[in-house]
Design a protein around this ligand. Structure first.
Ligand code: AMP
Length: 139
């Protein structure tokens, strides 16, 4: 299926939709998930278009994974996390809802379950969590 630039993350990249931005470089952009399933739940996306892992170029995937590692290490520090769950969904049958490639970074603690999907964040809390990750990134 073709990429449709009418998706929410394309709107965020164009600056049309607000987000709690954490990081960007030439290839990738990172922001908080507005329905966080764990404290610090954030999303890494490529700046260039692709629907998901299935149509991504190796360069897009490599750039995203390098950023995933950088942000995961910052999340480990920011939340004193004990682990990271990485999620990435492909097409509707694979659980994907927004059709611009994204990697979910979920900081984890032993014995703490993920929250159910679809619960909107308290935006003051989301900003506090974003501040913690930005501080851990040193920016
Ligand atoms: P999925 O495509 O299944 O990985 O789900 C899309 C993810 O994007 C969900 O975790 C949503 O909470 C998240 N999401 C949807 N809209 C926004 C938005 N405007 N800003 C940040 N995250 C979003």
């Amino acid at each position: 299926m073709a990429y449709d630039d009418n998706n929410i993350f394309a709107g965020i990249l164009r600056g049309e939709i607000p987000c709690e931005k954490l990081y960007e470089d030439d290839e990738t952009f990172v922001f908080m998930d507005i329905m966080p399933r764990a404290d610090g739940h954030c999303l890494v996306i490529p700046k260039t278009p692709c629907r998901n892992m299935l149509d991504a170029s190796q360069a897009q995937l490599a750039a995203c994974l390098a950023t995933v590692q950088k942000i995961s290490l910052a999340c480990m520090k920011a939340f004193d996390a004990e682990g990271i769950t990485l999620q990435q969904f492909n097409e509707t049958a694979g659980g994907q809802e927004v059709f611009h490639l994204h990697f979910h970074i979920l900081p984890r603690h032993d014995g703490v379950r993920l929250r159910p999907p679809g619960e909107m964040a308290d935006f003051a809390v989301l900003k506090d969590h974003a501040d913690r990750i930005r501080a851990a990134l040193g920016r």
